[in-house]
Design a protein around this ligand. Structure first.
Ligand SMILES: Cc1cc2nc3c(=O)[nH]c(=O)nc-3n(C[C@H](O)[C@H](O)[C@H](O)COP(=O)(O)O)c2cc1C
Length: 397
């Protein structure tokens, strides 16, 4: 990221997760409940494991905020791990109790996890817990909290994000890229937050069947962003192109193995005449009657809805176990099951929203500049005036 910087720290069973977000302008009012609502969404979803019954994530801000208003200094967001109390002896930063640590030791790497690759890479094969604690998707709670703060900056300028589940395992409820309108069908309280509420029951049955078989499922998540002005990102250099930056952020979510912008997958097999979006005069300046490009052309937002999909592999920890080798003995073994999700797809949309908000807030600040929110406001209004003959924002209502 260029204007914002985000670092997260903390282990899955450590005392807490911390995100430090640097670069938000001073003077931005933050809504704590809105951050907590996003954290609650991350714990949601049919098919989650026992951990979600233990944790009730809320944010505690310990820096960068005074009276609910940002100071322009790093925003420090903390999320306590309630489960820490059962892990203190094995995970204490200074005094690890050896019998407790031995009881938690992992020596047979689980396929699909960072265990083997991370253990080999960091010389921590004697206890793969040193790797898996950090590789765990628990870290995404920190990103969701930081992303929620960025979403509030975007919201100030009428930019809103929607998301939902398009596929659970082999069950496709929507083929291809979603639209903003389709994502409006998602009931946030539903078990799998899908764009097709009528199919929730069939989807939950599929998750139940996978659980009974000791197996796991992945799926596809779609998201759309409305209200982005044209011109965010850059066409001039590879590492400034916004499509690349967005896809990197999506692929950094644990389990995501592919990401697409707009009809990115489908257009590969179409003739050009069916792949590109005509430019026509419209009621808001220039209009695009279709949106195959998903709101990005040449690495730059084009004023249409930004549309992305993220493809999640099935959860790696199987109750039935997977073939592995015990690194302490060299013996062939089967992985041990530890409390785990059958699918995390119901939690995935809010994580996708968070990483999109981080990258888009960064791109907005890059284009608009400003250390104080009043300066960003002024730059926004001047930018919108310049664009007005060609682009006027569509309401995200
Ligand atoms: C919200 C969320 C929850 C997850 N929960 C689990 C889990 O309970 N058990 C598990 O084995 N993997 C889980 N994963 C996936 C692993 O974290 C991930 O597969 C692993 O860290 C390896 O990373 P990679 O899949 O990106 O290669 C979860 C992923 C997400 C996004």
């Amino acid at each position: 990221m260029r204007r914002l910087r985000l670092l997260t720290g903390g282990e899955s069973h450590g005392p807490r997760l911390t995100a430090i977000l640097e670069g938000l302008p001073a003077g931005l009012e933050l809504d704590r409940e809105a951050i907590d609502r996003q954290l609650a969404r991350r714990q949601h979803g049919f098919g989650r494991g026992g951990r979600q019954r233990i944790e009730h994530d809320t944010v505690e801000i310990t820096g960068g905020l005074r009276g609910g208003v940002t100071l322009g200094s790093p925003l420090v967001l903390n999320i306590t791990n309630r489960d820490w109390k059962s892990w203190t002896e094995a995970m204490d930063p200074w005094n690890v109790d050896e019998p407790a640590a031995a009881a938690r030791r992992v020596t047979a790497p689980r396929p699909g996890h960072a265990d083997l690759a991370g253990g080999l890479g960091t010389a921590q094969t004697a206890d793969l817990r040193n790797v898996l604690e950090r590789a765990s998707a628990r870290e995404t709670a920190a990103r969701v909290a930081a992303g929620a703060a960025c979403a509030q900056l975007l919201g100030r300028y009428g930019i809103a994000i929607r998301s939902g589940v398009l596929q659970v395992g082999p069950h496709v409820v929507h083929e291809g890229a979603p639209t903003w309108e389709l994502l409006g069908n998602v009931d946030p309280a539903s078990p799998l937050v899908t764009v097709a509420p009528d199919e929730e029951e069939a989807l939950t049955a599929a998750v139940r069947a996978a659980r009974e078989a000791g197996d796991t499922l992945g799926g596809v998540v779609g998201a759309a962003v409305r209200g982005l002005p044209p011109g965010l990102g850059s066409h001039v250099h590879w590492d400034r192109k916004l499509d690349g930056r967005l896809v990197q952020a999506l692929l950094s979510i644990p389990s995501v193995k592919a990401a697409a912008i707009g009809d990115g997958i489908e257009v590969a097999g179409r003739p050009g005449s069916e792949a590109h979006d005509p430019i026509v005069p419209g009621s808001r300046g220039l209009d695009r009657p279709s949106n195959h490009a998903g709101g990005l052309e040449g690495g730059v937002t084009n004023g249409a809805d930004l549309v992305v999909r993220a493809f999640f592999k099935p959860i790696s920890t199987l109750r039935q176990g997977m073939p592995s080798v015990d690194l302490s003995t060299g013996e062939v073994t089967t992985t041990v099951w530890e409390r785990s999700d059958v699918t995390a797809i119901g939690a995935a949309p809010v994580i996708a929203e968070a990483v999109l908000a981080l990258v888009l807030a960064d791109a907005m600040l890059e284009t608009l500049g400003g250390n104080a929110v009043a300066d960003v406001d002024a730059a926004w209004s001047s930018y919108c005036s310049r664009l007005a003959p060609w682009w006027r924002p569509e309401s995200a209502e």
